[in-house]
Ligand binder design. Structure first.
Ligand code: NAD
Length: 214
């Protein structure tokens, strides 16, 4: 499983979303062409990506939606609920805590932590903010697996270290900085600003194309 390329993992997530749409439409079967259209990739790419997950298509007759969903969920580790904490209960942390739909995807918010004593006791969504000192006990008690890291960039490494020391093994890092983690811990960056900068690159390229065209 470890040999599945990261780019493929990203597309498997997209296929799973496409399959959820198909389930909603009560389609029992699908094809690589259909998944390709919905995921905006080629059918060749779909077949290549799905080949990493096992053999469940029959040549010419496509895939059973339910079987594919089950297999993709297994490959993506989505066969059980994951307990998630939020580290840093400022603007972004509070917005995430208020989002009501994570549990629909089996990501269960189980803790909210901040270093600022003035935030402690604040109720956001279904959680009461606790001080970071309570983290080790809470991670064990509430079996917290993952964390959203929503602290300022300058505090990201020390906050990540505290999460890891407490036993958290997966961090979704919203702070615009790289963090170092030991083997066995995974960090996924979420970077709105980088997304905007990629957009401006493409907008800029289009603007300069327009400027040179007659
Ligand atoms: P904020 O200042 O409103 O909140 C940060 C919170 O972190 C505060 O409550 C602070 O007390 C707490 N904190 C500081 N050090 C801590 C520590 N060591 N342990 C626990 N809590 C600690 O900031 P914000 O606007 O919510 O942004 C949070 C982070 O998300 C920043 O790094 C910001 O740059 C980033 N951000 C990222 C994106 C993105 O696209 N990734 C978008 C917006 C904000």
């Amino acid at each position: 499983m470890a040999s599945i390329p990261t780019a493929t993992v990203g597309r498997l997530v997209t296929y799973l979303r496409a399959l959820a749409e198909l389930e909603e439409e009560q389609s029992e079967k699908t094809s690589s062409d259909e998944l390709a259209r919905r995921a905006q990739v080629s059918a060749f790419q779909v077949r290549k990506d799905l080949a990493y997950c096992g053999r469940f298509g029959t040549r010419g007759s496509g895939y059973q939606v339910a079987v594919l969903v089950r297999e993709l969920r297994r490959v993506l580790g989505l066969t059980r609920p994951w307990h998630v904490a939020i580290m840093g209960m400022g603007r972004l942390g509070q917005a995430l805590a208020d989002y009501p739909n994570f549990d629909q995807y089996d990501f269960l918010l189980r803790g909210a932590f901040d270093a600022d004593a003035r935030k402690v006791g604040m109720v956001v969504g279904s959680m009461t903010v606790a001080h970071v000192d309570a983290l080790p006990e809470a991670v064990t008690r509430d079996a917290i697996d993952l964390a959203f890291l929503t602290v300022p960039a300058g505090a990201a490494q020390s906050a990540a270290d505290a999460l890891i020391a407490a036993g958290v093994r997966g961090i979704l890092n919203f702070a615009p900085t790289m963090i170092d983690v030991p083997d066995g811990v995974r960090v996924e960056p979420v970077d709105f600003l980088a997304g905007l900068q990629r957009l401006t690159f493409h907008m800029g390229a289009r603007a300069s194309e327009a400027a040179v065209s007659p």
